[in-house]
Ligand binder design. Structure first.
Ligand code: SF4
Length: 351
């Protein structure tokens, strides 16, 4: 963990005592149940995420700041079947419960853990984030950029206000959640993109997590009717074998063939410099075919030059219904949630 005392005291000031997602755990300890790590914290200790800590017998949790606040195309999350073409007010905080060597947002996710990850919190009121969404006429707000599960209390404060204004709510998450966090979050969440980082427990343990909680989160949120899309960053030498990509696809198809799967090309970043510095296009193509081969109806390629596999096609007649160039929607032909040519329903939230 970082030892910069100024940064740590700044972060500690931007917290509040948790009333949910914590339990007394004997001998003066508290247990944080915000994610599947379920950290047991003695007085003064901080959790694996480095952002939640025990103080005076209470669990202090991040609150009242952002590290980044921007208005993004919703396609950038990526969410392709949830209000396509919309702008989403997006906020992030600091820290993560995993430590992926290939993280592409590491300056904020590893802040507090890695001295070279330099990002700063800016104090803000939840109401101000919602006001910005209204001012920009954005139909949704997303908790994104870092891992939102480690600050669900803050997201909920924003989401409750957003819902009161008719604004939808989204998470972009690694899915390493606890059932308690999902119980708290689900009534206030409309859509989520979950990273499925690989399909082996050994792989997840290299990143500081475990596979099963992520699979449980994906299945549970689909069953609860929350709109779910999944993303796999295909990292050469880590998760790019045909077997592992097929395993990811088969699991997602078993949850729902309507669950969109985004397979994204990796570029070397942060601490991951093994093997090729970019995912070969042929590997992404293979992942896309693995998705369709497993029975998924919507598979998208991300982080590639060009727009191959970027458009939404009707699974009935093959017509291009939502045409995209990069993150921009060029045309959206979906009518009343269906294909205007053959009438097949297109899964998603369209208005
Ligand atoms: S959010 Fe997860 S990693 Fe952080 S303290 Fe809680 S259980 Fe531990």
């Amino acid at each position: 963990m970082a030892t910069n005392p100024t940064f740590q005291s700044q972060l500690r000031a931007l917290t509040r005592a948790a009333s949910d997602l914590c339990q007394p755990d004997g001998d003066g300890a508290v247990r944080c149940v915000a994610c599947a790590h379920r950290c047991r914290l003695m007085e003064g200790a901080q959790g694996i995420c480095g952002m939640r800590f025990a103080e005076n017998g209470a669990l202090r949790v991040p609150f009242g700041y952002v590290s980044s606040l921007a208005c993004d195309p919703i396609e950038k999350k990526p969410l392709y079947h949830f209000l396509p073409g919309s702008e989403v007010v997006s906020f992030g905080m600091l820290g993560c419960n995993l430590r992926c060597g290939f993280c592409q947002n590491w300056t904020i996710s590893q802040a507090g853990r890695d001295e070279t990850a330099v990002a700063f919190p800016q104090r803000i009121e939840a109401a101000e984030i919602v006001r910005q969404a209204r001012r920009l006429a954005a139909p949704a707000i997303a908790s994104t950029y870092n891992e939102p599960l480690i600050s669900t209390e803050w997201s909920l404060d924003i989401f409750r206000r957003a819902r009161a204004e008719g604004i939808r709510t989204c998470y972009v998450s690694n899915g390493f959640a606890s059932p308690e966090a999902l119980d708290l979050l689900e009534p206030w969440l409309d859509a989520i993109n979950i990273d499925l980082k690989c399909f082996t427990d050994v792989g997840y343990r290299k990143l500081g997590g475990r596979l099963q909680p992520v699979l449980d989160t994906i299945r549970r949120l689909v069953e609860r009717g929350i709109w779910v899309e999944a993303t796999t960053l295909v990292v050469p030498g880590f998760n790019d074998s045909p077997e592992e990509l097929a395993d990811c696809a088969e699991f997602l198809a078993s949850v729902s063939p309507d669950l969109p799967w985004h397979v994204s090309a990796f570029h070397a970043d942060y601490q991951w410099h093994e093997g090729p510095s970019r995912t070969p296009v042929a590997t992404i193509e293979r992942a896309v075919q693995a998705g369709y081969g497993a029975g998924l109806r919507y598979v998208y390629a991300g982080n590639l030059a060009g727009d191959a596999h970027g458009s939404t096609r009707c699974p009935g007649c093959g017509a291009a219904l939502v045409t995209r160039r990069g993150f921009q929607v060029r045309a959206n032909e979906v009518v009343n949630g269906g294909c205007p040519l053959c009438g097949v329903a297109i899964a998603g939230v369209w208005q």
